[in-house]
Design a protein around this ligand. Structure first.
Ligand code: ZN
Ligand code: ZN
Length: 258
């Protein structure tokens, strides 16, 4: 059975991914409006009636904007870490409370084995792996730095969605304040193109078929720059067989199948 991974939105203006197989779809984050979510699902042919749950990585608005309305509209549960659920309760008082996911814990939902793991960021954040019949998909954005749990959990994925947020030169020379620059690269912010590439030799295995770069910064990175850095690394690793793409802010990218 094939699993589809569709990045409906990726970047600081909204993140949402649909992971779907056999008439079951799990959303990871919902940082776009319900209207945009429905439109982008139609565009990519992912049937909204198959949504079974929404997994939340953390409480920042670019990951939660449409969460409340989407959960209600589709009548599906939200899963998050405890600290995230407390912030969601405050930000969306009308929302059905999120089910608590123990960080590092695992559960089964609609045929997917779902596991969360801790990711370094300036609020409590998790990444996810979803496994179905030995096919594993890994997802981590807003990842300040590579840690043992990140490496351990994201190794040996068939499809890896991994942040490639900023180019170091573009960040340093950007018009952002020094404080903001610090927040991005202090180990609790985001993963750079180089940090993404440094992780690849430790994550990719012969099972890895697809690499999707995510959460590309609009003013401190360029799609071509992020893709170029990863492509160079894949060539160096003699892994030109790995399909490479990056999520976009402007719209969904075609579904990757694994
Ligand atoms: Zn974010
Ligand atoms: Zn964030």
């Amino acid at each position: 059975m094939k699993i589809g991974v569709t990045l409906l939105a990726s970047g600081s203006n909204g993140n949402c991914a649909a992971i779907h197989a056999d008439g079951n779809t799990i959303l990871v984050d919902c940082g776009i409006s319900l209207r945009m979510l429905r439109q982008r699902m139609r565009e990519t042919g992912v049937d909204e009636s198959t949504i079974r749950a929404i997994l939340v990585t953390h409480s920042h608005v670019d990951h939660t904007k449409g969460l409340d309305k989407a959960s209600k509209c589709f009548g599906v549960p939200i899963f998050s870490a405890y600290e995230t659920s407390q912030i969601l309760k405050r930000d969306f008082p009308e929302m059905i409370p999120a089910s608590i996911l123990e960080v590092g814990g695992q559960f089964e939902l609609s045929g997917f084995q779902i596991r969360s793991f801790p990711v370094e960021h300036d609020v409590t954040t998790v990444g996810y792996t979803l496994t179905r019949e030995s096919t594993k998909i890994g997802y981590a954005t807003d990842c300040g730095r590579a840690t043992v749990p990140v490496e351990y959990n994201l190794r040996d994925c068939n499809t890896l969605v991994l942040e490639s947020n900023y180019d170091v030169n573009m960040l340093v020379t950007s018009k952002r304040t020094w404080g903001l620059k610090q927040r991005i690269c202090n180990g609790q912010g985001h993963l750079s193109n180089i940090q993404n590439s440094e992780l690849l030799p430790r994550l990719l295995t012969t099972n890895t078929k697809n690499l999707i770069l995510a959460h590309i910064s609009h003013d401190c990175n360029q799609y071509d720059l992020a893709l170029g850095t990863a492509k160079k690394t894949l060539t160096f690793l003699n892994r030109q067989d790995v399909f490479l793409d990056c999520g976009r802010r402007e719209g969904p990218i075609p579904t990757v199948w694994c």
